[in-house]
Structures are given as structure tokens and as C-alpha cells.
Design a binder for this molecule. Sequence first.
Ligand code: NAD
Length: 352
Amino acid sequence: MTLAFSYQGSSARILFGNGASAEVGKAVEDLQCRRALVLSTPHQAADAERLAKRLGPLAVGTFTEATMHTPVEVTERAVAHAAALGADCVVSLGGGSTTGLGKAMAWRTDIQQIVIPTTYAGSEVTPILGQTEDGIKTTIRSPKITPEVVIYDPELTLGLPVTMSVTSGLNAIAHAAEGLYAPDRNPIATLMAIEGMRALKEALPTIIASPRDGEARSKALYGAWLCGTVLGQITMSLHHKICHTLGGSFDTPHAETHAVMLPHTIGFNASVVPELMAPISAIFGGTPGQGLYDFAQAVGSPMALKDFGLTEADLDRAAEIATKNPYANPRPIDRASIRSLLQDAWSGARPP
Ligand code: NAD
């Protein structure tokens, strides 16, 4: 096989290591900033306040209303708050929801972003913003959205609840798994995808047994960085499209939806690109779909869409929405095959 590809790395600066978040003040100054606004969800407000205190005179305040799926009205309030305080950068402390708010602010105002991720979602290293207005979630892709600095401090993830660690880890694995067969894949992204999946496969069982295991937390966050980088570099297909549909139109929980769908979407595509999916079998065993299913079950993931309150009638509508517009996918898709795939995911059946 001959190679042909294009490759575009990211200009973001990555700091990784236990205690790395102590560098946040220096990161603010390195960006030539003096007035940071610390962002978080309400759940992590106390952590945001502590971080603002640590920044001392470099912080002008906090905004702790970040919300899943980045509602535009929250972003507008945050932008107004930042303007009133004269903020010149944001420090986003949290998971994909908080990172999403910082990105939405940067998209509107070009404000510089430092992100300190505390889940495995991977949004911090992508140029992608998903935001919601009037119940419709839309996606924008622009270099302007990519955060300038990411500080990965595994110590901040020691308290990430085990259930979220599992679903967020599977969310990360989904970025890598779809990266393997992307139409614009490249050798670097493939290396990162394989290494990222392997790191999470090794780390998650240890995290379940021992949630504060420093080595496993470090390995999982390293895997999340790699998988997120893959998401940021190349085109996603069926899996991300269906999860976007279920989250956007049926309000299913983000990471959990990825966790349930992953074995089914990957199993669906595996038969047409077996050589590209071979690394999944090598890492998880079995066929790609079954290997991922057995792993998800072993780490205690939710396994069925019906547990999120979806009805079988919802599946009809979801299949229709997810097949309305064409998109890249190795196996051709049609409404009937996607409806059948959704049925299996709804009941939690083991894929072929
Ligand atoms: P989240 O950010 O919504 O976090 C879920 C909850 O867990 C929040 O209350 C949060 O405060 C809390 N939390 C986060 N870290 C914690 C920790 N270490 N300890 C205790 N609690 C913690 O969940 P998520 O799955 O990280 O992000 C989901 C959102 O991110 C979705 O809106 C999704 O669309 C978006 N996302 C975007 C991209 C992208 O590239 N644009 C990629 C992945 C996810």
C-alpha cells in the first residue's frame, strides 16, 4: 500500500504532569495576560474559587454557570461578565461543558483560553464548538476555537467518580476508534489513536478497583489527550453522528451515550474495513464490536439506550435524523440498517 496524506498539527501548548496546574499563573503571564476569568460548572464552583485565589491578582473573577451542550444564552451572559470585569483570558477548569463555554466565548471575542481538563472528553484539544440555541445543537469548526494552552494535571482527576471515569474514558476511545477509518486519516493520528486506546484500556480497570491510583489516572488522562487530539485532527463518522443526534434531539447524556453506542457503531463498520480496525481487536480482543462490548461491560458501563428513557418510537425518529444528510462513513448507511443498529443498542444486545 502506498501512502498519501496531509497533516496539520496543532499550535496549542500542552503541559502534562502531577501538580502541573500550579503553573497556571505562569501560563496566564506567558500569554501576556493579566486578568483571567475562571470558568466552571456550578458543581465545580468551589474548585474554581480556589483556583481564582491561587491566581491572586491575575484573576478578576469566576463564572460558574457552564452547562452541558453550551447553551447560547449562558455564553452571552459569560461574555458580558468577562467584558464587565475587563478579562483578557479565561481559565476553563472542568470537563467538556466548561471547555465548551470557553470556546464559545473565544469564537465570539477571540479571548485566549487556558484549559485545565478534569474529565476525558478531549474537547480541550479540538477546534470544534458544539452549541445549542432553541433546542438545536450546531457545530462550528475553526482554528480560532482551539484553546492556546492545556494543562493536564492528573491529580485533579483523582476524584472523578468511577462511573464518569468509565463513560468519559469510553467517550475518548470513541474518538480514536473512529479516527482509524476516517477519510482524512494520517499516520500520526493513527499512532495516537492506537496509543490512546491502549492507555485507556489499561487504566480503566485499575481506576475502578482503586480510583485514586496516581499511575492509572495519569495514564487515562494521557490517553484522553491522544484520543482528543485525533478528534481534533480528522473527520468523525457514523458513531459521532448518531451520538450527536441522540444528545441533540433526545437529550441523552453525552459520555454515557457514546459508551452505549460505541460497540454497535464500530461493529457495524468493522466488516467493511477489517484491516483498518485490526488494532481494536488487538487491544480489546474478539471482533472490534464484541471486544469493545465486552470491555464496556467489564468496566461497568451503561449498556442499553433504553436505560436513558428512550422509547422504540424515538429510535424511528433518530434513524431518520441520523440518515437525513450524507456524511463520510466506510460502510454505506440507510435508514433500515441504522434503525436496526439503534434497536440493538437500545436493548443492549451484543454486536456480531
Ligand atoms: P461535563 O463537562 O458536563 O461534566 C459532567 C459533570 O461532572 C459536571 O457537573 C462537571 O462539573 C463534573 N466534573 C467534571 N470533572 C469532574 C471531576 N474531576 N470530579 C468531579 N466532578 C467533575 O462532561 P463531559 O463529558 O466532560 O463533557 C460533555 C460536553 O462536552 C458535551 O456538551 C459535549 O458535547 C462536549 N464535548 C465537546 C467536544 C468537542 O470537541 N467540541 C468533545 C467532547 C465533548
